[in-house]
Design a protein around this ligand. Structure first.
Ligand code: ADP
Ligand code: MG
Length: 396
């Protein structure tokens, strides 16, 4: 028995979907004969499992016809392509952004914006192309925290160029309106604003857009989840029980919106005394761990109360950039690394998909007017969305 005889036999195996056989295509790479055993290696160009199965079966039949008792067919095939988050089904009104991270909290004042800014800058320092969208329409603090307080964006036609600081693109309602102007928004207006922030801001091809949400679980959160596939959700909480109670609602909302939970950031976790460098426990430390675990999520950072963090926020000099050797900056960097690893994992597993949270009403019909809800259980109305359509119904 010679290799030529084997190849002749394998010429009877056509490549599935083609008229040519696997030998003529040059796919048979190796033939080893050992007594009544034969093994072959076939290197194909398709990752489809049915192609692999058909070639294995037909080759085995042909080689057994030659009298071999044991036939080993090894098929080498390319890896199935990994789906990135942008290519999944569902809706994405900002397809040039690869990943969206929603930063939420149950309450205001727990450090959501501080966390968003420092983690966004940390990811940029790690070489990623990052943007930060201040979607806290009622309390837009990101411009101050990024040192962009009085900077007005450039308008190009009906689009807006994002501002830039610390290697991060930024846009905020605070940059678009006059200083201190107060806002009374209805739910439907919030939803429209979120859409415009995604559609009408000239974001670059970002690896990650971090979105600092208003506190609570309401119209803004639902609108964001329906507009783009959110790759990762982060909940910021302080360690007191009253904050943790609200954080559970945020975590529950992520689950209902099918947003993969990257983890919980426990902020104001202990106090580092600047004069004595010791750490004291003020609000309780580590209490968030259990809450995170109950949602199968990680505690991705514990950030102490530290005057330098507040000063960094007030003066537009974020600690992660201006004091990179501090323990706190290192914790933000670790959280950023973990977040990026989580995003990679979500994408490797098929990416985020928001098709299950789309409004169920036909196009052009307001979900509000029909009284129909979304496919998900409704999150509680936003704390401050006075006069909203109030149902989280996806009306425009
Ligand atoms: N770990 C911290 N240590 C000291 N001050 C902090 C810390 N986290 C936040 N702050 C300060 O607390 C205030 C509220 O934080 P902020 O990020 O605006 O909260 P939120 O966005 O949740 O409303 C800000 O003045 C901020 O600088
Ligand atoms: Mg804030």
């Amino acid at each position: 028995m010679t290799n030529e005889m084997i190849l002749d036999a394998l010429k009877n195996v056509t490549y599935p979907g083609f008229t040519k056989d696997i030998v003529t295509f040059g796919f048979v790479k190796d033939v080893q004969i050992d007594g009544d055993k034969v093994s072959i290696v076939v290197d194909i160009t398709s990752s489809a499992p049915e192609v692999k199965a058909q070639i294995t079966d037909e080759s085995t039949v042909e080689l057994k016809k030659l009298g071999f008792l044991a036939v080993d067919v090894e098929i080498k095939a390319p890896q199935a392509p990994k789906q990135m988050s942008n290519s999944v089904s569902g809706k994405n009104i900002a397809p040039h952004v690869k990943n969206f991270v929603m930063v939420s909290s149950g309450k205001g004042g727990v450090g959501k914006s501080t966390t968003s800014v420092n983690i966004a800058i940390a990811m940029a320092m790690q070489g990623k192309k990052v943007g930060i969208l201040d979607a806290d329409i009622y309390g837009p603090n990101i411009p101050r925290m990024m040192g962009l307080n009085n900077v007005k964006p450039e308008i190009q036609g009906n689009k807006v160029q994002p501002l830039q600081a610390y290697g991060v693109e930024m846009m905020s309602m605070g940059s678009l309106m006059e200083d201190g102007q107060s806002l009374i928004w209805r739910g439907s207006m919030i939803m429209k604003a979120i859409e415009q922030f995604l559609r009408d801001i000239l974001w670059s091809e970002l690896d990650v857009l971090v979105i600092d949400m208003p506190p609570g679980t309401g119209d803004a959160q639902l609108s964001l989840a329906q507009s783009v596939p959110v790759t990762a959700g982060i909940v910021v909480t302080t360690p007191q029980q009253v904050s943790l109670d609200d954080s559970k609602r945020s975590l529950d909302m992520f689950e209902k919106l099918h947003i993969p939970i990257a983890g919980v950031v426990e902020n104001m976790s202990g106090f580092i005394c600047p004069s004595c460098e010791t750490e004291s426990d003020i609000f309780g430390m580590g209490t968030s761990k259990e809450v995170a675990a109950s949602f199968n999520a990680e505690l991705i950072a514990q950030i102490p109360i530290e005057p330098a963090i507040r000063i960094g926020g007030d003066t537009g000099k974020p600690i992660v950039f201006h004091n990179p050797d501090s323990e706190t900056a290192k914790r933000y960097q670790t959280a950023a690394t973990d977040l990026l690893a989580f995003i990679d994992k979500v994408n490797a597993e098929g990416g985020a998909d928001n098709s299950a949270v789309q409004p169920t009403t036909p196009p052009g019909v307001s979900a509000c007017s029909t009284g129909a809800g979304t496919a998900v259980a409704e999150p509680a109305p936003a704390q401050a969305s006075g006069g909203s359509c109030g149902t989280g119904c996806g009306c425009h």
